[in-house]
Design a protein around this ligand. Structure first.
Ligand SMILES: Nc1ncnc2c1ncn2[C@@H]1O[C@H](COP(=O)(O)OP(=O)(O)OP(=O)(O)O)[C@@H](O)[C@H]1O
Length: 309
């Protein structure tokens, strides 16, 4: 059994209608996702906006109710809310936007200490020392404890978010587009730092993203999502060197390459993908453009599927 095992996960949100507010339909945000993640590794969930990546992450951590399916973490079935509360300390989330995810009215010490206050009974002095240690670990000055989020840059704010996420020494971190809101120049620093603490703290990551360059850099395994399902899953090498599904091929073909020789290969690959896409559209997609016909189904974010032709 893998460290994190998700089996046929479904999360459907009811759509209410009529004067009685009855459920008239469901948004099938996640509709049968399975994945397994080994300890210390990083799994990338990729998909265009609305494909269900965030809902998958939120369902695993217990922020969204699971409609059906099973989530096993570190040997425990955490599919229902009660069982999940037992592993709450062990699974933490890092959010996309370090501007909105930190309360602007709170000082850094109160932000980072929040999970500690929920789970551990520390004296004020012990708490201060722990927060200062955490800030040092994420590369911020321990004197920052009395500052407010607006006094920091985007990259520094994300480090504060990471300090909060690792405060309870979690085992699994769900990182929901952790660098998408940051300047490109800062993204690499935060990603490299995330890799450093992964080693240091023996962390396992579920990394949600849409930038395939970032995903390639970070992940061992990748699942490509589309409309709540997987279109393809594989190791990073398989996805980038030998993509099977036309949707994945389109994503890989869209990555800009700065190396002149590889750019030439990429141009040729793009042409092949274009031809295959045009020839095989009906084999892969049903009338609504849903990628039902190849299993498993994945999620992606980089390039929306264009209209046929
Ligand atoms: N609480 C909710 N109630 C109803 N529908 C929801 C809810 N949360 C998400 N959805 C819908 O579920 C679908 C999947 O959303 P989700 O946020 O998981 O996608 P995503 O791939 O993470 O996209 P993004 O990259 O834009 O965050 C979308 O159609 C979204 O509108």
């Amino acid at each position: 059994m893998a460290f994190l095992e998700v089996e046929d996960l479904k999360v459907h949100f009811p759509i209410k209608g009529g004067i009685f507010g009855r459920t008239v339909d469901y948004v099938r945000a996640v509709d049968g996702v399975s994945l397994s993640l080994e300890k210390g590794k990083t799994y990338g969930l990729v998909g265009e906006s609305g494909s269900g990546k965030t809902t998958t992450g939120r369902a695993i951590i217990g922020l969204n109710k699971i409609t059906s399916g099973k989530v096993t973490f570190d040997g425990n079935d955490i599919s229902n809310l009660k069982s999940r509360s037992e592993v709450r300390k062990d699974v933490q989330m890092i959010f996309q936007d370090p501007y909105s995810s930190l309360n602007p009215k709170k000082r850094v010490i109160d932000i980072v200490a929040e999970p500690l206050r929920n789970f551990e009974k520390l004296s004020k002095k012990e708490e201060k020392i722990r927060v200062q240690e955490l800030l040092e670990l994420v590369g911020l000055s321990p004197e920052s404890i009395l500052k407010y989020p607006h006094e920091f840059s985007g990259g520094q704010r994300q480090r504060i978010g990471i300090a909060r996420a690792i405060a309870l020494k979690p085992k699994l971190i769900i990182a929901d587009e952790p660098v998408s809101a940051l300047d490109v120049s800062v993204q690499a620093q935060v990603l490299n730092f995330m890799q450093d603490i992964q080693q240091e703290l023996d962390l396992t990551y579920l990394f949600i993203g849409h930038d395939l360059g970032v995903i390639k850099h970070m992940c061992d395994k990748i699942g490509i999502m589309y409309k709540g399902r997987y279109v393809e899953e594989g190791t990073t090498e398989e996805i980038f060197n030998n993509p099977q599904h036309i949707y994945t091929k389109r994503l890989v073909a869209a990555i800009p390459d700065i190396d002149p020789k590889r750019r030439q290969e990429q141009t040729q690959f793009r042409q092949e993908v274009k031809t295959e896409y045009e020839q095989s559209y009906n084999d892969y997609f049903d009338d609504e453009g849903l990628a039902y016909k190849l299993q498993p189904v994945t999620d992606t974010h980089l390039v929306a599927l264009p209209e046929k032709g």
